[in-house]
Ligand binder design. Structure first.
Ligand code: TD4
Ligand code: CA
Ligand code: ZN
Length: 310
């Protein structure tokens, strides 16, 4: 199977009430770990790269890795998606390089400018067979170099979401219901506004909904990092049960980056702490890749329900 857009993936996911994991990739071991999990679980998968990931890995290398992943796993539906596209030019560059999906993140602008920019990307993308994710509302935490405090975080207004989707023609919509990027999502109890999600689904039932900032910040991984010399105190994410509920309630795409960073770092720290004489990168990148695979497989099978959905 060649690379696919997310269109059919999301249609099936909405019908059968599960979510597809979108995992951020930065290098070969991460791509391989995610793909090994998708192959083991017979799960569709979205590989996504932010513009800083593209700068890091370089777009030519990135596309060749994705191409290799598809060639090695022809039975798995794979989409390659731009995460948080900051402007039209970046979206265009990705479309021109063969991305099957792009996100234009106009959430830092006012409503009208977000509509204008999103529509501009939709027009170009659709004329090239590419689908578009847009965002409405602001996630708490650091995003777009803006630090939004939890109280000022702007939950998505469901009525606005309906107008936004109608006016832009975007294919999927990221909404803000209380999640945030990174390892520090909640000071106290984790809390998501499932009531807002329900209202959005009522008004735009056919639009796939995307949840950003959805890492669990898996406690075992945080503990492992800290046990082997790390310093990540008080980290907290979205519990598996909430993500499971989201995947049953009309969320079709769940974004995960932080948990992969933690998995990779925990294993590398462990190897170094246990044997300071190691300097062969394969000695620490092999267990790191394996941990990414296990982390992704757990999400597909036990949380998102995308296993055996190819
Ligand atoms: O969109 N994302 C991932 C964003 C990461 C981008 O960071 P860089 O610019 O440094 O590449 C998510 O929604 C993931 O959320 P998470 O809960 O995993 O932090
Ligand atoms: Ca945003
Ligand atoms: Zn995000």
């Amino acid at each position: 199977m060649p690379l696919v857009t997310t269109k059919e993936m999301f249609e099936k996911a909405m019908k059968e009430h599960y979510a597809i994991g979108a995992f951020n990739v930065n290098n070969m071991e991460i791509v391989q770990g995610i793909m090994d999990a998708a192959a083991e679980q017979n799960s569709p998968v979205i590989l996504q790269a932010s513009s800083s990931a593209i700068q890091y890995a370089r777009i030519g290398y990135l596309m060749k890795m994705v191409e290799a992943a598809v060639e090695e796993n022809p039975q798995i539906p794979v989409a390659i998606h731009l995460d948080h596209g900051p402007d039209f030019e970046t979206c265009k560059m990705c479309i021109d390089h063969g991305f099957t999906s792009v996100m234009i993140d106009g959430s830092k602008y006012d409503f009208e400018e977000n509509v204008r920019l999103t529509k501009q990307v939709v027009d170009y993308a659709h004329s090239h067979g590419v689908v578009v994710e847009a965002e409405l509302g602001k996630l708490a935490g650091i995003e777009d170099e803006v630090n939004v405090s939890a109280n000022d975080a702007m939950y998505t207004d469901p009525e606005q979401a309906k107008e936004f989707v109608e006016r832009t023609g975007c294919d999927s919509l990221a909404i803000a219901i209380g999640t945030s990027h990174g390892a520090y999502k909640f000071k106290g109890e984790a809390k998501l506004r499932f009531d807002i999600l329900a209202k959005v689904k009522e008004l735009i039932p056919n639009t796939p909904i995307v949840l950003h900032g959805a890492s669990t910040v898996i406690p075992e991984l945080v503990n492992m990092c800290n046990q082997y010399g790390g310093n990540i105190p008080g980290a907290k994410g979205v519990p598996d049960e909430m993500l499971h509920e989201a995947s049953l309630s009309g969320v079709s795409k769940i974004n995960v980056d932080t948990d992969l960073r933690l998995a990779m770092t925990a294993e590398i720290r462990k190897v170094f702490a246990e044997d300071p004489s190691v300097f062969d990168p394969r000695k620490y990148l092999t267990p790191a890749r394996q941990k990414i695979k296990e982390t992704v497989a757990h999400k597909m099978k036990d949380v998102f329900g995308s296993n055996n959905k190819i």
